[in-house]
Design a protein around this ligand. Structure first.
Ligand code: 5GP
Length: 144
């Protein structure tokens, strides 16, 4: 069952952390990496992941890692709001295939919501890489 799957060192986020796959980085420190979702549901959709702990989901993470992720998620969400001025935003986290999880390295989605701008389906179409890079820089510049 996907909730108890063991950590796969070759999952896409592990490859991103090892620098084997490029990403549009929004923020990085010793604990977390935040980068743009390649298949965004809305402009500014980004993901935040722990760098040290190999947790597959919310249940397998330590409270310390969750605390760090929440603190950094707030920091990035503030920057998303300041930079992109969405009407709202969601912090989302999926656990298990049945719940929509596709990458088994713990992550939180920061998803801006714009009125009159319907969300694209989860994991639909890859975004333009220049556009992702532009958005990443815009959010990064608003981080306090
Ligand atoms: P999950 O479905 O596990 O909650 O979220 C995984 C997310 O990773 C999805 O929103 C998907 O669009 C995103 N994603 C999948 N592959 C890649 C990739 O190669 N690069 C980036 N930046 N995002 C990816």
């Amino acid at each position: 069952m996907s909730l108890s799957v063991s950590y796969d060192e070759n999952n896409i986020f592990a490859k991103i952390l090892r620098g084997e796959i490029p990403n549009s980085t929004v923020y990085e420190d010793e604990e977390v990496l935040c980068f743009m979702d390649l298949f965004p549901q809305a402009p500014g959709h980004c993901l935040i992941i722990p760098k040290k702990e190999k947790a597959t989901n919310f249940l397998t993470a330590t409270p310390e890692t969750l605390t760090i992720l929440m603190e950094r998620s707030q920091k990035i969400a503030r920057a998303v709001v300041k930079a992109l001025k969405p009407d709202g935003f969601r912090i989302i986290q999926f656990n298990g295939t049945a719940a929509g999880q596709t990458v088994f390295h713990l992550h939180f989605h920061i998803l801006p919501i714009y009125e009159n701008h319907p969300l694209k389906p989860h994991g639909s179409k890859p975004a333009d890489l220049d556009e992702l890079s532009h958005l990443a820089q815009k959010i990064a510049a608003a981080i306090e």
